[in-house]
Design a protein around this ligand. Structure first.
Ligand code: HEM
Length: 395
């Protein structure tokens, strides 16, 4: 490091009372790695001012510059400075920039975050998604498609109206975009840069981040609407237990446990989307507005009240790091659930996808999978491609 950069660091950071800290304590507060300050204080400075450096080895990296006042380096070697900056926890570091995180200039725990992000998060997240896809492929090979066992009736009934379908697709389209751009951000360095190079990756990464940041609003709004739209039909009912005990009838073409508008499996998807979608949104907002919504100190405080022992004095950077890990981990879990949902809504089950494409399903499909819903509602049945068969008057 040049003298110029040492000086600029010193101009930015004024370390007060460090000599005292060094003299008085064997370990600086917050110095979990056990580094201590080596300065021996005023005597040393005075000695140096008199051009009698007491410990030549400690100053050997600083070339002799008589034009620069010697007391700009008050507390010792460059490593002492960095150590002091890194371990400061009680307001000794002063910076000119104002902001919630500006006086934490070096955060050792950041390396731990980085190693979790680049290690277990990527590895286990990747395994979870690939494992889900492989498991579904094996299931498909063994079980095959769930057929309409009584065949198509040729009569259609409306399953989801236009508003329901619009918000389903708004939410699912935005979620898929967020998932892809999120994965791009997390795996870009290891998965994309080796393929396209850094120069091509840079604009892609910027574009991906832009999409991720802005599409998140579409997801949050559509999630709220979907919640309001379908929450009443997703409350637990006694039919759910019957459905669960029969495994949803998924292993047999002839078993069809009764269900209302949504069966227990779909309720599980709905509540997963609501709960994971909400926690992903909240942690995302915490990152979108850095340091404005610290989530973890308070949450850990609440958890500590019921027996946990979690840190509650997190520096702002640690809040952001935990938000990122939580956001990504919850995102991976929801992605895995949604892969399962997409499978059963398309390849896995005959007659399901049309409920969300044109809104109508075959009456026999509805009887097999949602018998109570068919019996209880007035669904205006009509022949496929024809007029209504019910006694509704022509308009
Ligand atoms: C290509 C992607 C997707 C397809 C083909 C698809 C298909 C479907 C279909 C066919 C239904 C209605 C099932 C029925 O009639 O009972 C449905 C419902 C639903 N979808 Fe999707 N969907 C997709 C993506 C998503 C995504 C990404 C989300 C959430 C982020 C989502 C959340 C839901 C929810 C909460 C329901 C209601 C509960 C349920 O039926 O499981 N969908 N979807």
């Amino acid at each position: 490091m040049t003298l110029k950069s040492v000086l600029s660091l010193l101009l930015t950071v004024t370390l007060l009372a460090l000599p005292a800290a060094a003299q008085n304590s064997a370990q600086a507060p917050g110095d979990s790695n056990g580094f201590t300050l080596k300065s021996d204080g005023l005597a040393n400075i005075l000695q140096r001012q008199q051009d009698k450096a007491s410990d030549g080895s400690r100053y050997s990296t600083v070339p002799s510059r008589p034009d620069i006042p010697i007391n700009t380096l008050p507390q010792g070697s460059i490593s002492d400075i960095y150590r002091a900056v890194r371990t400061d926890t009680n307001g000794q570091v002063r910076v000119s920039a104002r902001g919630p995180a500006t006086d934490v200039m070096i955060q050792t725990a950041g390396m731990e975050w980085l190693s979790v992000r680049a290690g277990p998060l990527r590895t286990w997240g990747g395994y979870l998604l690939l494992g889900t896809i492989v498991a579904l492929a094996i299931f498909y090979l063994i079980r095959g498609r769930v057929r309409i066992s009584s065949g198509r009736s040729g009569i259609l009934i409306e399953r989801f109206n236009t508003v329901e379908r619009f918000f389903h697709w708004l939410m699912s389209g935005s979620f898929i975009l967020l998932a892809l751009t999120g994965l791009f951000t997390l795996f870009g360095r290891v998965g994309i840069i080796p393929l396209v190079g850094r120069d091509a990756f840079a604009p892609l990464a910027i574009g991906s981040k832009f999409i991720h940041d802005y599409v998140s609003w579409v997801f949050m709004v559509s999630l709220a609407v979907v919640f309001l739209m379908w929450v009443a039909s997703n409350l637990p009912s006694r039919l759910d237990w019957i459905w669960i005990k029969q495994g949803g009838g998924i292993l047999s073409d002839d078993k069809h446990p009764p269900a209302a508008k949504f069966n227990a499996g779909q309720k599980l998807v709905f509540w997963s989307v609501v709960l994971f979608g909400t926690t992903i949104s909240v942690s995302g907002l915490s990152m979108l507005f850095p340091f404005e919504f610290p989530l973890f100190s308070k949450t850990f405080g609440v958890l500590n009240a019921i027996g946990f022992s979690l840190p509650t004095d997190l520096v702002p950077q640690a809040e952001m790091q935990l938000a990122q890990l939580w956001h990504a981990a919850a995102g991976f879990i929801l992605m895995a659930i949604i892969i399962g949902h997409i499978y059963i809504g398309t390849l896995g089950m005959e007659g399901a996808a049309e409920a969300m494409t044109n809104g109508d399903v075959d009456l026999n499909w509805a009887r097999e999978h949602h018998s109570v819903w068919v019996e209880e509602g007035d669904h205006n049945p009509r022949p496929a491609g024809g007029q209504s068969t019910s006694a509704t008057p022509a308009e």
